[in-house]
Design a binder for this molecule. Structure first.
Ligand code: NAD
Ligand code: DAU
Length: 344
């Protein structure tokens, strides 16, 4: 069972597992919130080892029924409310989905599995639980103390604690990974990279929070999916693995680079897109810098990022340019209202 499989990262994980493991039956459990979209999985939706279940991770009856019906023996849990800005304007939904939803899944898995032999509960988390780094701080490692600072990261930290509590208290076979910022195809355009591509295409302002000097460590989403595959199969129960790209960029550097790439791709005069950059009011509690030390997964499980950022960024931009219909579908309706309210 993969939860949140209709979302950005989840759809890449579902695709990888459905195509790589024909002998597994993959059950994608997703409530199809604004961020979930079955279009993301059109290419594999008819595969004989793939099933979609429209269900809410908070709903005990729905999830229990799925566990029983499909004899679920492995769970990769990605379903979540994932956007920091939305957590600032509406924290409650984040507590309900990310904390209560995860607790509900843990409880159902514990009660449903008669013994834990060969079972796996793998929880997908974020580097944001470790807090914010200054420029001179060392990167986050698996032993960095938790210090969440946004309602989103607080909800993810809380869910991580529950997952570990189920390991220590009940012996549930759990694994956790904490990953840095993902980029790639099918990411909802509320997040920085697809938002900037979409706004450039439409000649709209590019809103940069504060001075644009906040730093993120970007990882190609398909490399995250591969790391999830490796951890699910080879990671130790009770262990945590950090996943990152060793690829730190300030937001301004990143947006300027995207402007330049898109000047060329859209046949605009050099420098045209940079004129769209607009500095706006900073995000409340904006974390300064994230950076992941991924030595453990590299050494223990032989995983490392496969592609360079420049290549991944160009592929990502090309995907959005070639899939304008997808962008149009997901940005109509609710997104317009969110955008107008948030950036007004
Ligand atoms: P996303 O917002 O694109 O997708 C979330 C998916 O979860 C959607 O398909 C949505 O419909 C589904 N969902 C939400 N609430 C649900 C509920 N109550 N029941 C069932 N399904 C529900 O998120 P994403 O960016 O793909 O992130 C996936 C996971 O990875 C999250 O747990 C997130 O915290 C984590 N993560 C994300 C990043 C990143 O850069 N995007 C980095 C590290 C970790
Ligand atoms: O680090 C992992 C996390 O990365 C994940 O856990 C989250 O689910 C994911 O959304 C992402 O969080 P960020 O807040 O880092 O991503 P976002 O794309 O929202 O913002 C990236 C940076 O860009 C951040 O410093 C805020 C800034 N930003 C963002 C938006 C949407 C802007 O300057 N302007 C914007 O309009």
């Amino acid at each position: 069972m993969i939860t949140g499989g209709a979302g950005f990262i989840g759809s890449h994980v579902v695709r990888l597992f459905v195509t790589k493991y024909p002998s597994y039956r993959i059950i994608n459990v997703d409530a199809l919130t604004y961020a979930g979209n079955l279009e993301n999985l059109r290419d594999i939706e008819n595969a004989s080892n793939y099933v979609f279940e429209n269900a809410d991770i908070k709903n005990e009856a729905q999830i229990s029924k799925i566990m029983e019906e499909y004899h679920i023996d492995g769970i990769i849990h990605l379903a979540a409310e994932s956007h920091v800005d939305r957590s600032i304007s509406g924290p409650m939904e984040f507590a309900l989905t990310n904390v209560v939803g995860t607790l509900n899944l843990l409880n159902i898995a514990k009660n449903h599995w008669e013994n834990f032999e060969g079972k796996t509960f793998y929880h997908i988390s974020t580097d944001e639980v470790y807090g914010s780094l200054s420029m001179d701080d060392p990167m986050f490692s698996e032993t960095t103390p938790y210090d969440p600072r946004s309602p989103y990261s607080a909800s993810k930290a809380s869910s991580d604690h529950f997952v570990r509590a189920y390991f220590h208290t009940y012996g549930l076979p759990v694994k956790i990974s904490n990953c840095s910022n993902n980029y790639g195809s099918h990411q909802f355009p509320e997040k920085l990279i697809p938002l900037v591509i979409n706004n450039i295409v439409n000649n709209k302002d590019l809103p940069i929070y504060g001075k644009g000097d906040n730093i993120r460590d970007w990882l190609w989403v398909e490399d995250h999916a591969k790391a999830i595959d490796v951890i699910f199969h080879k990671g130790e129960n009770g262990e945590t693995y950090n996943i990152g790209g060793l690829n730190e960029w300030t937001n301004l550097q990143l947006v300027e680079t995207m402007c330049d790439i898109l000047d060329e791709k859209l046949n605009r005069e050099k420098g045209t897109n940079r004129k769209l950059i607009t500095f706006v009011k900073d995000r409340l509690g904006h974390d300064k810098r994230y950076a992941i030390d991924a030595t453990k997964i590299e050494k223990d499980l032989n995983w490392k990022p496969s592609i360079e950022f420049e290549e991944g960024l160009e592929k990502t931009i090309d995907w959005y340019l070639q899939n304008q219909e997808w962008v149009k579908n997901v940005t109509s309706g609710e997104y317009q209202k969110y955008y107008d309210e948030h950036y007004r």
